[in-house]
Design a protein around this ligand. Structure first.
Ligand code: NDP
Length: 605
């Protein structure tokens, strides 16, 4: 570290070297040799955990045999934005195939008590200006977001394109007719010129392979299919049927943080089985101020979304419009940066400043635990020791106080790198068996397994080429949306594109870009489009070259799905393939690409 910065850091009130060593020790304690293999799929004996508890009745219809111009797989925000933007661009003949009984995706499945979006609603809920809708609060609860997804579907008349309670089982390209054959679990045969895969990044619940997992005789469910028949109550809590029950919840990620306060309020006794504590920041929700709404000028939502994305990627902005926990760390960082007229600093020094800003932020998070949780030992276990963006930061004002309740016990499973053992009657921790009536899995979703496993279907491209094989050693795409050998097939979601924590904005941008390409293919009278080998190879190199920026950061992080459970060098972590300079830079690059109009990197046939 250069001398002037070292001098500035002498009055911090903490020792950065000590913190670095502590972070490393806590990370090493949790690293597992089996990495992503520590989870099991929700299949076989666990299959029922993914049944749909929300559909009024089971699907019962005759198989469909039909040709459409575009099949969209997935009716979450990705599918909705694709459907909507395609219709706006004059691409009308659509079919949206969705496993749930309505639109909503994440917000259809995740109905656990307290479910809420951590991203400010004015940024997260798409099309607020177009739909003339203003969210009730700064942070929306799940039912409002679910309703908004239906509002979008109605606005674009997408219900007439919907094929619900249907799961795609295979997609095969037919060279002779230049059409995709889409097969489903209901024996449908749908032909389509274009296929859009909008299957969501976190859609397949996963379970930890804890010894004895299958032996438990009590009740179980995953948070992504909340069992209100068992718990009673609804998304606002009042889980009255748990009053005489002992409940264990495994996991303390973003989902658990939101539902644990409601479980604590209602359960006879609640055991929270934690491996890595979340960083729990202030929520500070507030109702939307009608006076503020009156001040908004047309185009305000796009401006706010761009402002937020710039801030969380660390780009300087004139004003922090969102001003919340996500942007706070970057405000802190900006205040530490040299002002006009000061001597400029090197990239290495800027990265040191970022680390110091992060230490300060996380010290604040740890102090909040200490100030809130009465029992000293419990508070110590709840303190997160890693950089803030190593894991999904969380925001909640009721979570930490829950541990002051007499009926709530925190169980630290970090020494055994996760829950030690599950038994017929409960679980074992530090040699003691705890009997429980119910185990709730708040253990997240598959990340890092193959794309086709997560989406639930294989894609056979030209000459029978399987997408599973094509991506076996990592993603290969042009701009994240399509792959050589898979004509007229586009992916919407996370991949080799600009990643935004405000995921709906990202999905919308991608949908508009793909609508442009489809219309260009039609205008040029081509049968198909896909990346050329060269175009794809160039993009993969660009992505991998820029990802180096993130490598050091994620390699030092505590394990989790952001860094492929600590094995960052292997393909698979959620953040391993994103475009390094961020979403707004990515969008600017694609805008320029469209402006040039030569579809560089794509080949038409
Ligand atoms: P996560 O994958 O974030 O959390 C899974 C939890 O299970 C972690 O705490 C993990 O511990 C724990 N776990 C896994 N295996 C074991 C084991 N063997 N023993 C003990 N604990 C174990 O899933 P979530 O459902 O919480 O969240 C998924 C994502 O969904 C979030 O990261 C976020 O992106 C999104 N989300 C967003 C929300 C929003 O407001 N926008 C709200 C909720 C979710 P460890 O950390 O040690 O691996």
């Amino acid at each position: 570290m250069s001398t002037p910065l070292r001098k500035e850091f002498s009055n911090l009130g903490f020792d950065p070297d000590e913190l670095r060593a502590k972070y490393k020790a806590e990370r090493d304690k949790r690293l597992r040799p089996d990495g992503n293999q520590q989870y099991v799929q929700v299949t076989g004996a666990f299959e029922h955990l993914t049944d749909d508890p929300y559909a009024a009745e089971e699907a019962d219809r005759d198989p469909i045999s039909k040709e459409v111009e575009v099949v969209i797989v997935g009716g979450g925000f990705g599918g909705l934005m694709a459907g909507g933007r395609f219709r706006e661009a004059g691409i009308d003949d659509l079919m949206i195939i969705e496993g749930g009984s309505d639109f909503g995706g994440t917000w259809y499945w995740n109905r656990y008590p307290g479910a809420q979006c951590d991203i400010e609603s004015y940024c997260y809920l798409p099309l607020l200006e177009e739909l003339d809708y203003m969210p009730i609060e700064k942070y929306s609860y799940a039912p409002e977001i679910y309703e908004h997804s239906q509002r979008i579907a109605e606005h674009f008349d997408l219900y007439n394109a919907a094929c619900f309670q249907t799961r795609v089982t295979d997609i095969t390209w037919d060279e002779a007719s230049a059409r995709w054959h889409v097969s489903t679990n209901l024996e449908d045969d749908i032909r389509a010129r274009f296929v859009i895969m909008a299957t969501g990044p976190l859609n397949r619940p996963k379970l930890p392979a804890v010894p004895g997992l299958e032996t438990f005789k009590g009740h179980t469910f995953h948070t992504a299919r909340w069992d209100y028949d068992y718990t009673g109550g609804d998304t606002t809590g009042n889980l009255d049927k748990l009053a005489d029950k002992k409940v264990a919840i495994i996991g303390t990620g973003a989902t658990a943080i939101q539902c644990i306060p409601f479980l604590g309020e209602s359960a006879g006794h609640l055991y929270v089985l934690q491996r890595t504590p979340s960083s729990v920041d202030v929520r500070g929700n507030s109702p939307t101020d009608p006076e503020w709404v009156k001040t908004l000028e047309p185009g305000w939502q796009g401006e706010r979304r761009d402002n937020f994305c710039d801030l969380v990627i660390g780009r300087p902005v004139k004003e922090d419009l969102v001003a919340d926990g996500w942007t706070a760390i970057f405000r802190e960082l900006a205040s530490m940066m040299p002002k006009k007229g000061d001597a400029q600093i090197s990239a290495e020094e800027a990265s040191e400043l970022a680390e110091i800003a992060d230490f300060k932020k996380m010290n604040g998070i740890r102090s909040r635990v200490e100030d809130t949780v009465g029992d000293h030992d419990t508070a110590e276990v709840l303190k997160p020791w890693y950089r803030q963006f190593c894991k999904r930061p969380t925001f909640n004002d009721e979570y930490l106080p829950t541990f002051n309740r007499d009926n709530v016990t925190l169980i630290d499973t970090s020494e055994s790198k996760g829950v030690e053992r599950i038994t017929e009657k409960g679980f074992i921790s530090h040699g003691v068996e705890y009997e429980v009536d119910c185990i709730i899995f708040s253990t997240g979703f598959e990340v890092g397994t193959s794309y086709t496993q997560r989406s639930g279907f294989e894609v056979h491209g030209k000459n029978g080429l399987k997408l599973t094989d094509y991506w076996a050693d990592g993603l290969r795409t042009l701009h994240g949306h399509s792959a050589n050998g898979f004509p007229n097939c586009f992916q919407i979601g996370l991949g080799q594109n600009g990643l935004s924590v405000n995921i709906t904005a990202m999905l919308d941008d991608q949908a508009q870009h793909i609508a442009y390409i489809i219309n260009e293919v039609k205008k040029r009278g081509a049968a198909y489009v896909m990346p050329s080998e060269e175009g794809e190879a160039n993009w993969v190199n660009t992505i991998r070259g820029l990802a180096v920026l993130n490598r050091e950061f994620f390699e030092a992080c505590t394990p989790g799905y952001y860094n492929n459970e600590g094995k960052f060098g292997e393909a698979g972590g959620l953040n391993t393939e994103a475009y390094g300079p961020g979403i707004n830079a990515f969008n600017a690059l694609l805008a320029e690409w469209r402006e040039k109009g030569d579809l560089e990197g794509l080949e038409l046939g």
